[in-house]
Write a protein that binds this ligand. Structure first.
Ligand code: GRG
Length: 296
């Protein structure tokens, strides 16, 4: 059995190689949008969502190599959301993943287009897998549809809208939970569930992936809020204090930092409990703890 640390490193390397191949450098008139997209996509991130997709495919008995295009697609959707989230009309951030944000390098119009291009490329890659000889075409459509619903107005975009509309307000706990489930947990849920669907799981199996992801996703966002207050900006690769500067409601403004930490730990333990129903759960248990204890 490969050590968990080694397995994580292998996943990250394989995902980075595949991302590079799915978005190759091109010498054409529109090469600037390719370069801007690659700039953010290939920047060093944790690759949490593609890893979850591949690992859920694996623990549900699927062929994780065949699921790689979907893992890349979900990272493209994530990268697009980060580019747009950093724009001056959103959080107006200067740094992300240890680099200047996309619009700071390529300008706002190109950053907007790079985000759009990544989102569209993600669906192109997924739907071009219809002749993938390993995965059942019905499951390809089902996984892509599920990812679309999690990324769109009922998921990530919806969460961003709730976030925007609650700036300069004190959001209550229900609003905050709804916002975090949609803004952050939805794409994590998309990754875990799509992995399970691609492995051929039926609803009663992939519903466990969904339940796990909702707990992990909420804990992940609370930890993100904690790091924004007490993290190290050099390790995070971006400035801290962004939530306070943008007058955002977070679990910390709602319940204080100690209670927020306790809440993230409680959700992590609940997520790990759900994993006990999977046979090959060792790496996922490790990853779940790693996300709670992360420094970036
Ligand atoms: C259409 C203009 C326009 C904007 C939409 C889609 C969107 C803006 C925002 C999405 C919401 C968003 C970015 C939520 C943040 C979720 C989050 C905690 C991101 C950080 O994820 P990590 O820590 O990052 O996994 P790395 O860099 O490690 O991949």
């Amino acid at each position: 059995m490969i050590e968990n640390k080694e397995r994580l490193k292998n996943y990250i390397n394989e995902i980075n190689t595949a991302l590079d191949e799915y978005l190759p450098i091109k010498d054409c008139r529109e090469k600037n949008v390719v370069e801007a997209s690659r700039y953010s996509l290939l920047a060093p991130g944790k690759r949490l969502r593609p890893i979850l997709l591949l690992e859920f495919c694996n623990v549900c008995g699927g062929n994780e190599k065949a699921a790689m295009p979907f893992a890349c697609a979900i990272e493209m959707i994530h990268a697009y959301s980060l580019i747009h989230d950093d724009l001056p009309c959103m959080d107006n951030d200067d740094y992300r993943r240890g680099r200047l944000t996309n619009h700071k390098v390529y300008g706002e119009p190109m950053a907007l287009l790079a985000g759009d291009a990544l989102l569209t490329k993600a669906f192109e890659i997924m739907l071009c897998q219809m002749d993938n000889s390993v995965i059942n075409p019905n499951n390809i459509i089902k996984a892509a549809g599920f990812i679309a619903s999690c990324a769109g107005m009922d998921g990530m975009i919806g969460g961003q809208v709730i976030d925007l509309e609650n700036e300069n307000k004190k959001a209550d706990k229900d609003t905050l939970i709804d916002m975090h489930y949609k803004k952050t947990a939805a794409l994590i849920k998309a990754a875990c569930t799509a992995g399970s669907i691609l492995a051929g799981s039926e609803y009663n199996e992939y519903v466990k992936a969904m339940q796990y992801a909702e707990k992990l996703g909420l804990a992940f966002q609370i930890k993100d809020d904690i790091l924004d207050v007490e993290g190290d900006s050099a390790k995070l690769g971006k400035k801290t204090g962004s939530d306070e500067n943008n007058n955002k409601s977070t679990f910390i403004t709602l319940m204080g930092i100690e209670n927020a930490k306790a809440e993230a730990e409680k959700l992590t333990n609940e997520a790990k409990k759900i994993l006990l129903s999977f046979e090959k759960n060792e790496f996922l248990l490790y990853l779940t703890d790693l996300m709670l204890n992360r420094e970036s």
